[in-house]
Ligand binder design. Sequence first.
Ligand code: CTP
Ligand code: MG
Length: 235
Amino acid sequence: MNYWAVVPAAGVGRRMGTEIPKQYLALEGRPVIDWTLEVLLASPRIQGVVVAVGAEDPFWGDTEHAGHPRVAVVPGGKERADSVLNALRHLETRAGGDDFVLVHDAARPCLRSDDLERLMDEASDEQGGLLAMPVRDTMKQADDQGRSERTLDRGRMWHAYTPQLFPLGSLRRALEGALAAGVVVTDEASAMEWTGHRPKLVEGHPDNLKITRPGDLELAAFHLINRRAEEGSSL
Ligand code: CTP
Ligand code: MG
């Protein structure tokens, strides 16, 4: 099977509130996105990575992986789904429609290689799949006044992470269809669900966090340092 990766990296990081978009902030000595790309490029199964960057992004060129032979760049779009679509359309000129594509947020630098490989092992079919975590807390649904209206069935609720893995052609069609129909698409799985697919939820690890708000960068650094210590002690 052929695998490709798409990395949307064209956001401005509004919730983070930093001048530099979060995917370029320094994390343990290198930009966040370089950690992210290193994990994807380390997989021998992934043939190439397509990164979607903002139109006038002055930061990408200074990263470690700009110019890497297995990394291509396309312009991003208005929303995350538009950025992903640009990358998928580029891939369709190089890859087969039945090839698999892994879409992974630039802002998730702590992805574990074994979770990435397990996702490919367990979800490489027409339904596809995504890394996810069962929720821990009791989940409430709020009313308009911010009061708890109902308690949801926690046993069936998951946090959706990335990577999300789908056949290239069906993902491109699902995203185009969902966007044209005005469906809110916050991840690839939501577009695939809209076309009737049932992506497999593959349990990952909570350290695969998306850097979103101030404080998350420190948390990511904590996970990377811990992992380095674990790897060092097992050598
Ligand atoms: N992204 C993208 N194109 C967009 C918006 C987001 O490629 N038009 C990317 C981001 O760069 C990030 C990923 O999608 O790697 C996940 O999005 P999110 O965490 O929402 O990042 P931002 O949109 O940058 O952050 P915010 O929503 O706080 O502005
Ligand atoms: Mg966003």
